[in-house]
Design a protein around this ligand. Structure first.
Ligand code: C6P
Length: 413
């Protein structure tokens, strides 16, 4: 190894915690660089889910028996862990959802239906994932509202001059990604929030790519809504979180109707349970929440600051090596960025590149990354994307760049 990390993160020890990493793919050791899509799970998370099903499985909040009590304690203590993980004032501000997508849809359907009217404007950006575009399109179409988009610069950063111009009397919400899943850009969220709040406009943050990689403090950020997915931060699929300030949740109608979200039901009406239960209709993903709690314990045992510093080193190292390759085009050069690197090499089609890398045991993603507005503006169909997490190594990056060089000669350009 030619490079050693300057941060105190014992990556070899961390790698032993992730059983899936120790396998061969196409006769090569697996190099998993598709972490922006989903991350791998440590044994502690797998064990927590198994232990729940082996010992405690029951429905939550309903049963007057021991298993029901244990399941409820497990589920609600996961909520407390989430609240503490993101610095929420209370666990009542934590709604469990299926993921970021459902969390944003919840806000659009519940807060949006109540507070958005014809002629109102919602500000998004052109670097949003479809999850932070489509729910607002649906709402805007229903209400006769308008969507305005902050453009991005050549560097892949938000154009603040344009943002300032877009903020107007009819602006009712700014919904923006904290970290781009294509450019890796970490947006200057504090600045965005203070500009919006100066005009009494609430802000929703898409935290799908930030919660897994950065220390988050929603009270310090002062965001009104923050959405993220468990599966991108070492937890199982099918569990995610909507954080919202208590006063906002109290003032919103339920998202879905069903069991547990009610207080009393009559033939023609009902009253609602208190928050957060008002927003969690039906039997929730109990095992998923418990798995998310275990993932939070795991990440915090490593330390989110350490993870962020280590990933920064990995990213700088990878970018330096990649940029040295002839024909390399990296999309996104923000001064503050995370470990998602989108690129094209020569005229190799991204899908061919991903397939070539897979033959060498390397998992990356190719496509539009659910961010077609970015692709349209860059006038490209797709990119290849490598994205890192705490278990990736400098050796893996060396190997990855070696394979990119091989691809150059294989595809002969
Ligand atoms: N991006 C990617 O490969 P869900 O699917 O609900 O867990 O997350 C949606 C989502 C929302 N916002 C951002 C910024 C995201 O990156 C994602 C998921 C994955 O980039 C899958 S498309």
């Amino acid at each position: 190894m030619v490079h050693s990390a300057t941060t105190h993160l014992d990556v070899e020890a961390i790698r032993t915690d992730f059983p899936i990493l120790h396998q061969k793919v196409n006769d090569h050791p697996l190099v998993y660089l598709d972490n922006a899509a989903t991350t791998q799970k440590p044994q502690a998370v797998i064990d927590a889910i198994s232990a729940y099903y082996q010992n405690d499985n029951a429905n939550v909040h309903r049963a007057i028996h021991k298993l029901g009590e244990r399941a409820t304690i497990g589920y609600e203590s996961a909520r407390k862990k989430v609240a503490q993980f993101i610095g929420a004032a209370s666990e009542r501000e934590i709604i469990f959802t299926r993921g970021t997508t459902e969390a944003i849809n919840l806000v659009a359907a519940s807060w949006g239906r109540k507070f958005i009217s014809a002629g109102d404007e919602i500000i998004l950006s052109e670097m949003e994932h479809h999850s932070n575009i489509i729910p607002w399109q649906l709402l805007a179409q229903e209400k006769g509202a308008t969507l305005k988009y902050i453009p991005f610069t050549e560097e892949g950063t938000l154009d603040f001059t344009q943002f300032e111009l877009l903020l107007g009397k009819r602006t009712k919400l700014v919904a923006i990604t904290h970290m781009s899943n294509v450019f890796g850009t970490i947006n200057p969220i504090k600045r965005i929030i203070s500009m919006a709040h100066d005009r009494s406009i609430p802000v929703l943050l898409d935290g799908a790519q930030s919660a897994p990689h950065l220390p988050i403090d929603v009270q310090h950020l002062d965001c009104d809504f923050y959405a993220f997915s468990g599966h991108k931060m070492a937890a199982p699929t099918g569990i995610g979180v909507l954080y919202a300030k208590r006063a906002r949740l109290e003032n919103m109608n339920p998202y879905q109707g069903g069991g547990e979200m009610i207080n009393s039901v009559w033939h023609d009406r009902a009253t609602w349970n208190e928050i957060p239960h008002k927003f969690e209709a039906g039997t929730p993903n109990i095992a998923g929440a418990i798995g998310l709690g275990a993932a939070i314990d795991y990440l915090q045992s490593v330390g989110m600051e350490n993870i962020a510093l280590y990933e920064q080193e990995l990213t700088t190292y990878a970018l330096d090596k990649m940029m040295a390759l002839p024909g390399m085009k990296v999309y996104g050069h923000a001064p503050e960025r995370g470990g998602a690197i989108s690129f094209n090499l020569g005229n190799v089609h991204p899908h061919d590149m991903a397939q070539f890398l897979d033959q060498q045991g390397i998992a990356v993603r190719a496509g539009h990354h659910c961010a077609q507005l970015i692709m349209q503006k860059l006038d490209i169909a797709a990119t290849t994307r490598a994205s890192f997490y705490l278990y990736n190594t400098f050796d893996e990056i060396d190997y990855f760049v070696e394979q990119l060089k091989k691809a150059q000669s294989f595809f002969d350009f």
